[in-house]
Design a protein around this ligand. Sequence first.
Ligand SMILES: Cc1cc2nc3c(=O)[nH]c(=O)nc-3n(C[C@H](O)[C@H](O)[C@H](O)COP(=O)(O)O)c2cc1C
Length: 389
Amino acid sequence: MTHTQKPLDFLWFIPTSGDGTYIGSDTLSRPADPGYFREIATAADRLGYSGVLIPTGVACEESFVLAANLAAHTEKLKFLVAIRPGTASPAYYARLAATLDRVSNGRLLLNIVVGGNPQELAGDGIFLPHDERYAHADEFFRVFNELIETGSADLDGQYIKAIGARLGFPPVQTPRPPLYFGGSSDAAIQFSAGFVDKYLTWGEPPEQVAEKIATVRRAAAAKGRDVGFGIRLHFIVRETDEEAWEAADRLISRLSDETIAAAQESFARTSDSVGQTRMIALHNGRRDKLEVSPNLWAGIGLVRSGAGTALVGSPKTVAARLREYQALGIDTVVASGYPHLEEAYRVSELLFPEIGLGGPRNQIRSSFGDRPLFGGGGHGGNLRVVSGS
Ligand SMILES: Cc1cc2nc3c(=O)[nH]c(=O)nc-3n(C[C@H](O)[C@H](O)[C@H](O)COP(=O)(O)O)c2cc1C
């Protein structure tokens, strides 16, 4: 079976810094609320998503604590939990990760976030310049991996010192929970080649994604390793292409030019991330040319840092675009959409049947056969009138 035939591994997103109907506007915005995150996680679990990404940052709820809570409310859902080297020691993170993998019965995935905002990192006690952060991450994950895989580790490194580190309890998954990672700089790609199981790219146009995949593959092969690939994208899927484009326009309909200018100025001032620079270059702060490749819309990046593009269209259109990425080697999608609860339903109900993924309809029988005409007070669906009744 080739990668184009195999269904995508499809994850959703927990918006731990808040959510809303209109980006860049307070109208119908939703605060970061643990109860709401549980609603999204339980919906994603039922709707056929394999997991959820939980980000990290000063404006986010803490990723490990939140994942532990959500694990208790879900059955199969995996948790792609952001881990930022340097905010705690590798030994401490190995304990956190092993315990979270144990309490969730093997449902932990880790997303390595080295960070691209020096001011924010300074607040966490991390003062290294861009490329040295990756040298630090290299030592961090040498210790983390050895410890979580074998129960002991030692390193007297330039950045990390772990003398006689021990881990009492192993994770459920062997040899350890998988490591995911995103970063577009040369240093990031060299790091990913040495350590990561799955390289995640932002939702760039297919030609740029193809280039990146080739570069990461070459770098990994030079180290005798093989890396899988995923993409981080928003989705605006509606029954028709026209409706989907209307929904995209509506999403930024309350966004003022001043808010866009302020967001772009803030990214330029605070970020040293190559990945962020590549996302901004797709639109350059202009709202008049947002379809940056067929059905790939950069409107979200006008005000949101990180994932700034959405696939927009009918289920068939979006499925065709996804197949283009799959043909390049992408096997995993980390998806989101505003607001995240309603859009989790839309993507599952509209898109999943087109891409061979099962939603809740495939998990539970709805009846023994013809559904009875009355009782329950539901909306009735396509009830057939049973003769004689
Ligand atoms: C899929 C994905 C998820 C990310 N999640 C986070 C996050 O939760 N918090 C964060 O601060 N940065 C996040 N990042 C940003 C990267 O971790 C990294 O800091 C940034 O890309 C800078 O690296 P670069 O200069 O090598 O591109 C994410 C990146 C990708 C591709």
